[in-house]
Design a binder for this molecule. Structure first.
Ligand code: AR6
Length: 205
């Protein structure tokens, strides 16, 4: 699915693996140590190689650990993307502990860093909705709303792709995108694009 916001800015949803995306930057749902972990973080470090970890180590030595809501950029090592932007999402504690604000900050800061690097395209995973336990539906609302508000003010970033790892997450984000579009029917346009499932296909049995 694609939401056109006007003036060339688009938000795209696909089901797939973020490590395979040929975009200017992919975003990693990291933890404050920046030393890797499970989920999308583990997948990015495995596919990108040790160069990414080395840069993360330098950042932590120089600046300390990364607080939730903040973001930093590194090389993408062997990944097809140009950069990895690492951000730390909130751990879900019921929603009354600033989780929505912190999650919005992850998306805003990542976009701002991409723009400062003069990048055009960026791909996000669904931050915080795995190990960190944020329910997917409210996380999708915040993610899409924050991007739709931030994107028109950026000078360089034009394409924001959400890469959802499961069909259930893709459907939840699609519903959130449709309700966002319905709020501004005169400005936003939704198109159904060919669903790209770019995970490794199972081999012949
Ligand atoms: N491509 C796209 N999305 C993915 C991929 C992938 N290759 N792999 C997993 N996901 P999570 P969090 C989805 O747990 O909740 C790590 O250990 C996954 O299905 O990766 O922010 C870090 O080091 C889910 O929808 O991130 C932290 O300690 C989404 O990515 C902690 O987990 C986020 O799930 C961060 O937890």
């Amino acid at each position: 699915m694609r939401l056109s916001l006007g003036e060339g800015s688009v938000i795209e949803l696909i089901e797939g693996d973020i490590t395979r995306q040929s975009v200017d930057a992919i975003v990693n749902a990291a933890n404050s140590s920046l030393m890797g972990g499970g989920g999308v973080d583990g997948a990015i470090h495995r596919a990108g190689g040790l160069e990414i970890l080395e840069e993360c180590r330098k950042i932590v030595v120089e600046h300390g650990s990364l607080p939730p809501g903040r973001a930093v950029s590194t090389t993408a090592g062997q990944l097809p993307a140009g950069f990895v932007i690492h951000t730390v999402g909130p751990v879900w504690h019921g929603g009354a502990h600033g989780e929505p604000q912190t999650l919005a900050s992850c998306y805003r800061e990542s976009l701002t860093i991409a723009d400062k690097l003069h990048l055009t395209s960026i791909a996000f995973p669904s931050i915080s909705t795995g190990v960190y336990g944020y329910p997917v539906a409210p996380a999708a609302d915040i993610a899409l709303k924050t991007v739709s508000i931030t994107l028109p003010d950026l000078r360089h970033v034009r394409e924001v792709r959400f890469v959802l790892f499961s069909n259930a997450d893709f459907q939840t984000y699609s519903r959130a995108l449709n309700s966002l579009a319905a709020q501004k029917p005169d400005r936003y346009r939704v198109d159904v694009i060919h669903a790209e499932i770019n995970r490794a296909e199972p081999g012949p049995s």
